[in-house]
Design a protein around this ligand. Structure first.
Ligand code: ADE
Ligand code: ZN
Length: 334
């Protein structure tokens, strides 16, 4: 349709995609075979189709995270990580993405004996290739995991600082993700205070399954952007502040539906955010698991909200303005 063509052609920025969330069932089986890895003894892993079917019925964030963390076991070499990133960038390019800020989770890989360097070298090679061959600007964002002990995150943070990856522009910012409700809301307070003092860009998953207080805590400890953030509508005062301070929400509508955070895309507060002047971008989160890359998310929003061309231009322009890139690059994207 005409609007689909318009959305396809709209220059897009992605701010919320986990590179490990781009591991499709096909690639999982391919890498398992390439690396001689036995997949988990779970009927879900009986075949590519069985795994695809299982992905059609996640009951919660943690139900999804179980498969997300299990499947990662097939990633072993630098090349595996580079191939995974490249698979994402090819799809992003096809969807009209011009700039991508991508998350990755070193801790789970380290727990299975893969070194921090292997993970970072592989993913950053994929990013470099996307810049060179596709002209997509990229930002690699390291995420700390909320389901693991703080001590594990502290160790990774020290490794990150010692690596010089931030100064070298290999890793651009830090985030946190994984299970929301349960672990302490402010568990990465010390890391974020230290990183904020170094002017490192900070984001945080908050207000996905958890209530609005997870968002206020994330902001209090130094997050400058909020990943998901849909439960911000529970707190009108906080919503006013987020609008006033131009804090970007990286919203992932299809993810919210698939993880049963909402009953329909129409329940994602897109219209309310637009009306309140809350800046947000529309993103894919874990596209290999949820069946939609960024364009699929844009189209799902259009079907549910029937936005005007002007509203789409505002969304696209905000997503450029709030990207973690220099003004010269913003000017190219606008
Ligand atoms: N890790 C990958 N996807 C995630 C999500 N939607 N929420 C929290 N952690 C995640
Ligand atoms: Zn996410």
């Amino acid at each position: 349709s005409k609007i689909h063509e318009f959305l396809q052609g709209l220059p897009k920025c992605e701010h919320h995609v986990h590179l490990e969330g781009c591991l499709t069932p096909e690639l999982t089986f391919q890498l398992a075979s390439r690396n001689g890895i036995t997949l988990p003894d779970d009927p879900a892993y009986a075949s590519v189709d069985a795994l695809k079917n299982r992905f059609e019925r996640f009951t919660s964030l943690d139900d999804f995270l179980h498969y997300y963390f299990e499947s990662m076991a097939v990633l072993r070499s630098e090349q595996d990580f580079a191939d995974l990133a490249w698979a994402y960038f090819l799809q992003a390019d096809a969807d009209g993405v011009h700039h991508a800020e991508v998350f990755f989770d070193p801790q789970v890989h380290q727990e299975r004996g893969i070194s921090y360097e292997t993970v970072v070298n592989g993913f950053s090679a994929g990013c470099k290739r996307a810049e060179q061959e596709l002209g997509i600007s990229t930002r690699l964002i390291l995420c700390f995991l909320r389901h693991l002990p703080v001590a594990s995150a502290n160790e990774l943070y020290d490794q990150f600082l010692a690596s010089g990856h931030y100064e070298a522009g290999v890793i651009h910012g830090l985030g946190w993700s994984s299970s929301e409700v349960g672990p302490p809301k402010d568990m990465f307070r010390d890391i974020y205070a230290s990183a904020a003092a170094k002017k490192i860009p900070l984001t945080a998953h908050a207000g996905e399954e958890g209530d609005a207080s997870y968002i206020s805590t994330a902001l209090e400890v130094g997050a400058q952007r909020i990943d998901h953030g849909i439960n911000l509508i529970q707190d009108p005062q906080l919503m006013q502040r987020v609008a006033k301070e131009s804090i970007l929400l990286s919203v992932c509508p299809v993810s919210n539906l698939k993880l049963q955070c909402v009953k329909s895309i129409a329940e994602v507060p897109i219209r309310k955010f637009l009306e309140a002047g809350v800046k947000f971008s529309i993103n894919s989160d874990d596209p290999a698991y949820f069946g939609a890359y960024i364009l699929g998310n844009y189209c799902a929003v259009q079907e549910a909200f029937n936005l005007s061309v002007l509203e789409w231009r505002i969304i696209a322009e905000n997503s450029v303005q709030e990207s973690w890139i220099p003004n010269e690059r913003k000017a190219e994207l606008l």
